[in-house]
Design a protein around this ligand. Structure first.
Ligand code: FAD
Length: 382
């Protein structure tokens, strides 16, 4: 077993770290406060290849492997979890299905702009009544002329208010149950009958837009169908497996930001005439945070390695997401404790890390659903 990163993996990790430290970290608190969409940062991430890390260059991407993607995600999320999720959604939830299931024509038309960073993508699955159980979705697409007519509302869609393109899951055959779900690539600007609905006010990841997508007799051309009718549910499952590596990486990034800030603070803060880092109670927290974060990162790298080598990784991605997000949540709470009263105040970054960490336990499958996925796999394979 070789734990050494390749030169390419080290290069993107270093590049993402420098970019994040120089251009993202200094404005992260302000982005959180103003809830502003970081358009300039997104454009620069595009120029650096971070919006299409694993997509071949002919379709606008950087042509690297999934390990590179995970390493870069950790660095960007360490600086700003909102920028991390914007990047993750473009890479995992939009690019992946378009690249994996799209025709060459679709890839050139719909993948290239997002993978190259010219435009943002999003992924519309969740509805008001269909969260953990997406097969209960109500949004429909019905054939009409040389296209389809879409009706329904998607909820909680990351980038929904700023994206140009979307991979949208809809029902095309109600009687067929989950086998009647299909995916479409939507070009929002050219879809009459579509508008953005409510944009959510949230606990964290404030610079990432979370919006409703409303389709009222919205017409899309036949060429928008991704794969064949009825393949949408299967496409969704594989898309979310990769997405979970992205969210696990976001979580480790948030956790690492909390750990580094906690180390710096505990060395600088003095009580009882000495740095609080001298107290064993603080040292144990730091040691546990570092250990759990390394364990989570190793699970991420294992899942990313399996993906890169075209081996099954559903269980491993779920394990990585489960441990990484629970660790990020716990480590940021410990971080607030290490900062004492200052940890509770907005002058310091720790409360932001704690608010940002919570979502990683919820989206792209809650951690209860992650446990179901893991249990199903280990019971089936015994
Ligand atoms: C900020 C944000 C961004 C998001 N971005 C996107 C996006 O880009 N695209 C998209 O499609 N969706 C997105 N989502 C939706 C997200 O994926 C869902 O919120 C999530 O899957 C949970 O669905 P739900 O909120 O309906 O909760 P529910 O499914 O109603 O779950 C409520 C609770 O019940 C538990 N539960 C449900 N079923 C079971 C079960 N079988 N066993 C045990 N416990 C169970 C859950 O774990 C949870 O604790 C986003 C959500 C948020 C908040």
């Amino acid at each position: 077993m070789n734990f050494e990163l390749t030169d390419e993996q080290k290069m993107i990790q270093e590049m993402a770290r420098k970019f994040a430290e120089r251009e993202i970290a200094p404005v992260a608190a302000e982005l959180d406060r103003t809830h502003a969409h970081p358009a300039e940062i997104c454009a620069k991430m595009g120029e650096l290849g971070l919006m299409g890390v694993t997509i071949p260059e002919q379709y606008g991407g950087a042509g690297m492997d999934y390990i590179c993607y995970a390493l870069a995600m950790i660095e960007i999320s360490k600086a700003c979890a909102s920028c991390g999720v914007i990047m993750s959604v473009c890479n995992s939830l939009y690019n992946f299905p378009v690249y994996t299931y799209g025709t060459d024509e679709q890839k050139l038309k719909y993948l290239r702009p997002v993978a190259s960073g010219e435009a943002l993508g999003c992924y519309g699955l969740t509805e008001a009544g269909a969260g953990s159980d997406p097969a209960k979705m109500l949004t429909t697409a019905v054939p009409k002329g040389d296209g389809w007519v879409i009706n329904g509302t998607k909820r909680f869609i990351t980038n929904g208010n700023v994206a140009k393109y979307c991979v949208l899951a809809v029902v095309t055959d109600r009687a067929a149950g989950y086998k009647g779900i299909s995916s479409f690539i939507i070009d929002f600007e050219n879809t009459p009958g579509f508008h953005v609905g409510k944009v959510e006010e949230k606990l964290g990841i404030n610079a990432s837009g979370t919006a409703e997508l409303v389709f009222e007799d919205a017409w899309v051309p036949a060429e928008s169908l991704l794969g064949k009718p009825g393949e949408g549910f299967k496409q969704m499952l594989t898309t979310l497996d990769g997405g979970r590596i992205g969210i696990a990486s976001q979580a480790v990034g948030i956790g690492r930001a909390a750990l580094e800030a906690s180390i710096d603070y505990s060395k600088a803060r003095e009580q009882f005439n000495q740095p609080i880092a001298n107290f064993q109670a603080i040292q144990w927290k730091l040691a546990d945070m570092a250990t759990q974060l390394d364990a989570a990162e190793l699970l991420i790298l294992r899942a990313a390695w399996l993906e890169t080598n075209k081996k099954p990784y559903e269980k491993e991605a779920a394990m990585a997401k489960l441990l990484a997000s629970d660790t990020a949540m716990w480590a940021t709470v410990e971080g607030v404790q290490i900062f004492g009263g200052y940890g509770y105040c907005k002058e310091y970054p720790m409360e932001r890390h704690m608010r940002d960490a919570k979502i990683t336990q919820i989206y792209e499958g809650t951690n209860e659903i992650m446990r179901l996925v893991i249990a199903r796999n280990i019971i089936k394979n015994r």
